[in-house]
Write a protein that binds this ligand. Structure first.
Ligand SMILES: [Zn+2]
Length: 85
């Protein structure tokens, strides 16, 4: 029995089995690690940020986080009354 078998995981993106330290930890995942390896998740995140939707989404997330830190209600729901001038 090899201990490396337990501490390694296959990344579906680069199709490579890598040791677990090459994966980000993720509490949301059942095995406690991200699906993608660190390199692939970094690449995927960079690609995602380069897309208009991804960038907007990230700005939104950052803004909401800042607002939460300051205790401000953050609401991006479009308001009909401000649309009419
Ligand atoms: Zn990978």
């Amino acid at each position: 029995m090899n201990n490396a078998e337990v501490s390694a995981k296959r990344c579906p993106r680069c199709d490579t089995t890598k040791p677990l330290f090459q994966f980000h930890k993720s509490k949301a995942k059942r095995d406690g690690y991200n699906v993608l390896c660190k390199i692939c998740s970094n690449t995927a995140a960079a690609e995602w940020r380069n897309q208009p939707y991804g960038r907007a989404r990230q700005m939104f997330t950052t803004a909401r986080k800042r607002a939460a830190e300051k205790g401000i209600d953050f609401d991006l729901t479009p308001r009909m009354d401000t649309a009419q001038t």
